[in-house]
Design a protein around this ligand. Structure first.
Ligand SMILES: [Zn+2]
Length: 412
């Protein structure tokens, strides 16, 4: 962590003044060996260094192998500061719990505060006092500082290089003590002149580096939290039932929406190439649709349109397709339309090398009304041709409405 040389160069911020039996800084005593101070770590004599260049500090009088003089000095000084001022700044301690209603319809955090944050006045504050367990076999421990806070026994542990050992904290908890740990490990090697200010801030102005390892009020607070939870749940129950009903209604509506969409969605489709276009025939549970994707020249388009009309297709402007709503057996109708469309497309796509289209095979004439085999009625030729052609030229061909109408007029 720190090299020995570094420590020696840094110096020792505080010494144990033997005549007054307390920690002092180098400006509170005489210079040199006359300071009457010893090292908190090794008890060897110190000399005060009241020089002109460096901040005043202490150093071992003779070269020793003492490696933790600075840390031991700030540790002992911290204990003394608390003991003399009978105060310490503590962090908040509270128990919190996130509550959720059934199916998470509500959430609320509840909390019971064991201890508020802030500078607290201590009573009977004493450093390094040995305490005995409640039973003879419990043994003894020596916390850094002992005091009473709001009538509860409090042990303060000043953390330097090592955290408070778990066994010691558990022992103190068992004996009914609150245990507060304050970390000062970073202060020993700060610039000499600022160490006292840093320590005072750490102990009395904030508690960012302090933590409760346990608190004498914990058990009571935990019981309160259980009561608070029961109260909160009871208060929320009416609202919870309302929200659950609302949630169920929403889920039902969503199910209906999904079912409705499923009815509209194609459950089957068939695609064919027609010149540079794709002819798609789709089927859902209530209708069959026929659509030409892409722009195709008039002869090919007309064949598809004629096919649609022969089978009673109604042009759906929004879907830009023909729709068929046979009264019975949609699947059979779908298959028949697919096979008819396949023949139309085959006939159109088959070209001779000379570019002359062969005469397409006429599609099988579907059964007409009155035939007992017929399931489908054939619609008469309608006057919708212009409208259909224009709509397709506009939407699939990418022409403006005006251009589409002009082209449709030439082609029909
Ligand atoms: Zn020493």
């Amino acid at each position: 962590m720190h090299h020995e040389r570094q420590i020696k160069q840094h110096g020792i911020p505080f010494g144990w003044h033997v005549p007054t039996q307390r920690m002092v800084d180098a400006s509170s005593v005489a210079n040199g060996l006359a300071c009457e101070c010893i090292c908190s770590a090794c008890s060897a004599p110190l000399q005060a260094k009241q020089g002109k260049v460096r901040a005043w500090h202490f150093a071992h009088h003779t070269d020793t192998n003492c490696q933790h003089a600075a840390e031991a000095a700030v540790h002992r000084m911290a204990k003394q500061l608390i003991e003399e001022r009978q105060q310490v700044h503590v962090p908040e301690r509270s128990f919190r719990k996130m509550l959720h209603g059934e199916k998470q319809v509500w959430s609320e955090e509840i909390a019971v505060t064991v201890q508020g944050s802030g500078l607290q006045v201590l009573t009977g504050c004493v450093a390094e006092k040995t305490i005995y367990g409640n039973n003879p076999q419990d043994g003894i421990r020596r916390p850094d500082v002992l005091a009473l806070l709001d009538g509860h026994p409090l042990a303060i542990e000043i953390r330097n290089t090592h955290e408070v050992d778990i066994e010691k904290a558990a022992w103190l908890k068992q004996q009914g003590y609150s245990v507060l740990e304050i970390d000062i490990a970073d202060t020993a090697f700060e610039p000499m002149e600022s160490i006292t200010t840093l320590l005072e801030r750490r102990l009395f102005a904030n508690s960012h580096l302090a933590q409760w390892l346990c608190h004498a009020g914990d058990d009571a607070a935990k019981r309160q939290l259980i009561e608070l939870e029961a109260d909160t749940r009871a208060k929320r129950r009416e609202e919870e039932l309302f929200l659950l009903a609302e949630m169920e209604a929403k889920a039902l509506a969503e199910q209906k929406r999904i079912a409705a969409r499923a009815r509209l969605q194609d459950i089957d489709d068939f695609r064919l190439r027609l010149e540079d276009c794709t002819v798609r025939i789709g089927r859902n549970i209530r209708r069959v649709s026929l659509k030409v994707h892409g722009f195709t020249a008039k002869p090919a388009f007309s064949k598809i349109m004629n096919l649609a009309h022969r089978y009673g297709g109604q042009f759906n402007k929004k879907g830009k397709c023909w729709e068929f709503q046979p009264k019975q057996d949609i699947e059979a109708f779908f298959l028949q339309l697919c096979s008819e469309a396949e023949m139309v497309c085959l006939g159109t796509n088959r070209r001779t090398p000379g570019g002359v289209a062969p005469i397409p095979t006429p599609p099988t004439t579907p059964n007409v009304d009155g035939d007992s085999q017929s399931t489908f009625r054939i619609a008469p030729e309608t006057d919708e041709r212009f409208e259909e052609r224009a709509a397709i030229l506009q939407y699939d061909g990418g022409f403006s409405r005006q251009e589409a109408e002009e082209l449709a007029g030439q082609n029909i």
